[in-house]
Design a protein around this ligand. Structure first.
Ligand SMILES: *[C@@H]1O[C@H](CO)[C@@H](O)[C@H](O)[C@H]1NC(C)=O
Ligand SMILES: *[C@@H]1O[C@H](CO)[C@@H](O)[C@H](O)[C@H]1NC(C)=O
Ligand SMILES: *[C@@H]1O[C@H](CO)[C@@H](O)[C@H](O)[C@H]1NC(C)=O
Length: 311
C-alpha cells in the first residue's frame, strides 16, 4: 500500500517538475522576446558607382531600391527621370541599390549592368523584400562615405514616377540644407499585429504600441547631412524590417522633425491618375509600370515650357 502511495507522490512530483520546467522556460523565452534587437549594419560593398562627388557635387542624388530581376524598370528609369540631368543649373544623379542573390547568372548580369552604366551600389546581403532596411542603410552609408558633398538625397523605389523638375524647384524654394527631411508624412501609425498582413510586425520585433513619425518609404527626400547622422545612430536603434519606420526611429533619436515640402500634396504613395497638368505639380507617384513611365515622362518633357490653366 505504502509503495503505491510513494509511487503516486513520485509521479506527482515528476509531473510538477516537468510543468515547472516547461513554464519556466516559456517565461524565459517570453522575456527574451520582449527585448528589441539591435543589429550592426555592415557587410561589404560588391559594386560602387563611378562618380566623384568632391569634384562634381550633385545637387540631388536619387537612390532607387531595386531588385536583381527588375532590369526593365532600371532601364526605363535610366531613360526617364533617372537620366543624368541638369535642372535649373543643378546636377541630378541616379543610383540603384541592390543586394546579392545565390543565382550566379543574376550576379553576373548585375555586375555587367553595373560596369556598363556605372550606377549600381551593391552589397553582399541577401536581396529579399524583408532586407529593405539593410538596402536603405547601404544607401545612407554610401552617401556618408562617398557623396556627403551632395546637397539633397531622395530614397525611392523602382515603381515610382519622380518629377525631378518640380522636386528641384521646390527644394530650391525651401532653401533648407541641414537637418531637413520630407516626403509623405505618417504621423500616427500603429504596428499591424494581424499575422497574415504583409506588414505584420510581432511584439518581438517591435514591442511598443505606436510608430514614431516617419515618411512613406515610397519616396522621401532629405538634406545629405541626415544620411551621415542616420547611419551614425543606426546601430543604437532597434532593428525593424520596415525601412521607413526604421529611418523614423533614427530621426526620432536625432530629434530631426519631418517637414512638408509644400502646402499642397506632392507625394502620392497610393498612386494618382495621370494628366500632364497634374503631374507637373507632383514630386512622386507610386504604382507606375515601365510603359506608363515612358509615356508620362515624354508628355511631361514636351510640356515643360507650357503652363497649365488654373495652377
Ligand atoms: C538578409 O540578409 C542577410 C545577409 O545576407 C541574411 O542572413 C538574411 O537571411 C536576410 N534576411 C532575410 C529575411 O532573408
Ligand atoms: C537661403 O537662406 C540663406 C540663409 O539661410 C539666405 O542667406 C539666402 O538668402 C536664402 N536664399 C533664398 C533664395 O531665399
Ligand atoms: C556620430 O556620433 C558620435 C557620438 O555618438 C558623434 O560624436 C559624432 O559627431 C557623430 N557623427 C556624425 C557624422 O554625426
Amino acid at each position: 500500500m505504502s509503495h503505491v502511495k510513494m509511487r503516486c507522490i513520485y509521479i506527482f512530483l515528476l509531473v510538477l517538475g516537468i510543468l515547472c520546467l516547461y513554464f519556466g522556460m516559456n517565461s524565459l523565452t517570453f522575456f527574451e522576446e520582449e527585448l528589441p534587437v539591435f543589429k550592426k549594419i555592415s557587410g561589404n560593398f560588391l559594386q560602387l558607382p563611378e562618380v566623384d562627388c568632391r569634384q562634381n557635387s550633385p545637387f540631388l542624388v536619387l537612390l532607387v531600391t531595386s531588385s536583381p530581376s527588375q532590369v526593365i524598370a532600371r532601364m526605363t528609369i535610366r531613360q526617364t527621370w533617372g537620366r543624368e540631368m541638369v535642372v535649373q543649373g543643378k546636377q541630378i544623379k541616379t543610383f540603384f541599390l541592390l543586394g546579392a542573390t545565390t543565382e550566379q547568372h543574376e550576379m553576373t548580369a548585375m555586375t555587367q549592368e553595373g560596369q556598363q552604366h556605372r550606377d549600381i551600389i551593391q552589397k553582399d546581403f541577401t536581396d529579399v523584400y524583408f532586407n529593405l532596411t539593410l538596402k536603405t542603410m547601404m544607401g545612407m552609408e554610401w552617401v556618408h562615405y562617398f557623396c556627403p558633398q551632395a546637397t539633397f538625397v531622395m530614397k525611392t523605389d523602382s515603381d515610382m514616377f519622380v518629377n525631378v523638375h518640380y522636386l528641384t524647384e521646390l527644394l530650391l524654394k525651401k532653401n533648407r540644407t541641414t537637418r531637413f527631411f520630407t516626403g509623405f508624412l505618417k504621423m500616427n501609425e500603429f504596428p499591424i499585429r494581424k499575422k497574415f498582413s504583409k506588414w505584420f510586425v510581432s511584439k518581438l520585433e517591435y514591442p511598443w504600441d505606436k510608430y514614431p513619425p516617419f515618411c512613406s518609404g515610397t519616396g522621401y527626400v532629405f538634406s545629405s547631412d541626415v544620411a551621415s547622422q542616420v547611419y551614425n545612430v543606426s546601430d543604437s536603434v532597434p532593428f525593424i524590417k520596415l525601412e521607413d519606420v526604421f529611418v523614423g526611429l533614427c530621426l526620432e533619436k536625432l530629434n530631426i522633425k519631418l517637414e512638408e515640402l509644400h502646402s499642397e500634396q506632392t507625394f502620392f504613395p497610393e498612386g494618382l491618375s495621370f494628366s500632364t497638368c497634374r503631374f507637373k505639380k507632383i514630386v512622386a507617384c507610386h504604382f507606375i509600370k515601365p510603359p506608363e513611365m515612358l509615356a508620362y515622362w515624354h508628355a511631361l518633357e514636351i510640356s515643360l515650357g507650357e503652363t497649365c490653366p488654373g495652377v
